[in-house]
Ligand binder design. Structure first.
Ligand SMILES: [Zn+2]
Length: 336
């Protein structure tokens, strides 16, 4: 992975590793994998100086098999876990988008009995912004005075969504975007064909790029942009051709597309759609600047708030008409 320097600094730098660490940074850069590496290094029983986990000792073997008794991961309960628990004895769990208080109560038991290996115990909580208010309160008590040798690792890409009392009890570590070349190489190794483009479309976050690639989030994008690169494209038939695309995806594409046009005008730079650079350059020469800025701001707002309009096709048409008006040199009354 690309965070070796950060890992060494955390393990061997000064000040020493705190008992509660909040690992934050952009979505899809590998924060959780980093947290796992920290946990494995802490639990490894044959760690030589200035190195991370050995990968060979009994502790590393358990860790890699997901069975280390002194390591606990807390995440929202998924449907698969509910099915598994339904087959077993004991309390039945409900699927949830949140980390709930019962899960935090389990931590109290875990950290207050002595560790199986008489070494450190590690609790990894991710995504930490999914702690519901009761769970956050319960966690607070554990963070205040944890027993010696207990480490909490909280992972989030939305630290502002955490309550301030949790934030104030954690030391915060901000992970940067991975090195560009390492990220490209990694994506290529994962079988992503246009790794450079996938990375640009995902703001430099390689895990996000990989998951988008795998879920087909880039399919259909070329066709749309090829059409709307033409000044005389037809918003109605273009909207027709988008009927299979999720609305959120269309809005995300349009938001990046209008960002690029504005960025090309203002600083001569295309950030996302690097494969359409020359088209974006020509559009930027004929565009109505104010309309394009307004449209981009509108798309950001819409992306945050859009639920599902009654008539999705009409909604897409309206966005495309506004865009069509903005790239027209003729003065057209704005649709919005
Ligand atoms: Zn080891």
């Amino acid at each position: 992975m690309w965070f070796q320097a950060e890992l060494y600094k955390l393990l061997y730098g000064s000040p020493s590793l705190p008992h509660a660490l909040l690992i934050k940074g952009a979505r899809g850069i590998g924060k959780q994998i980093f947290a796992q590496s920290v946990a494995q290094a802490l639990l490894c029983e044959d760690r030589s100086a200035q190195a991370s986990a050995c990968g060979q000792c009994a502790a590393c073997t358990w860790f890699l098999n997901g069975t280390h008794p002194d390591f606990k991961v807390i995440s929202p309960i998924t449907d698969e876990m509910v099915e598994a628990s339904a087959e077993s004895e004991g309390p039945k769990l409900k699927s949830s988008a949140w980390i709930v208080i019962d899960q935090i109560r389990q931590i109290s038991d875990f950290i207050h009995v002595s560790g199986h290996r008489r070494g450190p115990r590690v609790v990894l909580i991710h995504p930490a912004e999914t702690l519901n208010p009761n769970a956050a309160n319960a966690l607070l008590k554990n963070l205040e005075e944890p027993p010696p040798g207990v480490h909490f690792l909280l992972v989030t890409h939305r630290p502002h969504s955490l309550v301030s009392t949790i934030l104030s009890r954690c030391q915060q570590l901000s992970l940067p975007l991975p090195n560009h070349q390492s990220a490209i190489q990694w994506l290529t190794d994962q079988g992503v064909s246009q790794s450079e483009l996938a990375l640009a479309l995902s703001s430099g976050a390689p895990l996000l790029a990989l998951s988008r690639h795998q879920e087909g989030a880039f399919n259909g994008r070329n066709e749309l942009f090829a059409k709307i690169s033409q000044a005389d494209f037809d918003p109605v038939s273009t909207a027709d051709s988008l009927s299979e695309q999720p609305l959120e995806r269309f809005l995300a594409w349009m938001q990046q597309w209008t960002y690029d046009i504005n960025s090309q005008i203002l600083i001569n730079k295309v950030r996302y759609n690097i494969d359409f650079k020359s088209k974006i350059e020509s559009i930027s020469n004929m565009v109505n600047r104010n309309s394009m800025l307004r449209l981009h701001r509108l798309l950001i707002r819409e992306q945050r708030t859009v639920q599902h309009p009654l008539n999705t096709k009409l909604y897409i048409e309206t966005v495309l008409m506004a865009y069509s008006a903005a790239i027209s040199t003729k003065q057209v009354t704005d649709v919005y």
